[in-house]
Design a protein around this ligand. Sequence first.
Ligand SMILES: C[S@@+](CC[C@H](N)C(=O)[O-])C[C@H]1O[C@@H](n2cnc3c(N)ncnc32)[C@H](O)[C@@H]1O
Length: 260
Amino acid sequence: MNKLIKLGPRLKTIASFVPRGTSLGDIGTDHAYLPVYLLQAKAIVKAIGVDNNQGPYESALETVRTHGLADIMEIRLGDGLVPLQKGEVETLVIAGMGGKTILKILQSNPPVMEEIKTLILQPQSYEEQVRVQLLRKGWKIKAECLVAEEDLIYIVFCFSRFEGYSLVEIEKISKELAASIAELTPAPSSVLLKFIWKLGPLLLWHKDKLLPNTIEQIIQQRQKIIKSMTKTERSEVKQATRELQAEINILEGIKKWLLQ
Ligand SMILES: C[S@@+](CC[C@H](N)C(=O)[O-])C[C@H]1O[C@@H](n2cnc3c(N)ncnc32)[C@H](O)[C@@H]1O
């Protein structure tokens, strides 16, 4: 039966960043819900889903078959971008994987990457490295946001070759943020910049509504570590505790700045 696919908030946010009328490669497609949703909505013209595991590959084939989309959607078994040919797709989605895996996938087929104009990434870890490495390679951040689903907060990036903030522009924004936050949280600019890059300059700049929650989670992780360390009297442990407390104070300051 040709039932319409329903997406949760995470995949819906990713879908909203896919340029209309594009051809899409969904790497690590698993169930293939995202490309099927976009094809059903007539938001894209064709899709290729890739997965390197037999189970998800078969599940994706089944989704395509049951939704009658075999003429405009293909599923391929393989690693990263390897199963794609140069120019077959101009938009890539890589979601629900660790940041290191995503960065590795992006290097798996350079000719295919040359033709990609929009890159939508949702790393589950190493977010800062993903942000920095793509900017250093000349990509621009068109959008970056946090999305909540089932008690977890996810980050979604939309990188573009042509539109958005370049590395130079984000560095400028970061310096302005550091100056503004320093009025509330006196700390050296270099220290504040480290936190700004970790949290996401654009998320701070646009005061993402979920960022205070993310910061609170980081504070709680630090507090847990401090609690587990108070049992020992060793001087290096005491020093580590002081450093963690200093970090918590800065994070509290940034949270206050966000909420003011
Ligand atoms: C957690 S699922 C995410 C599914 C979907 N992208 C989403 O965000 O809901 C990750 C999928 O990526 C696939 N995968 C992991 N590494 C891969 C790689 N190097 N190449 C292709 N697929 C990969 C896994 O088999 C799995 O189906």
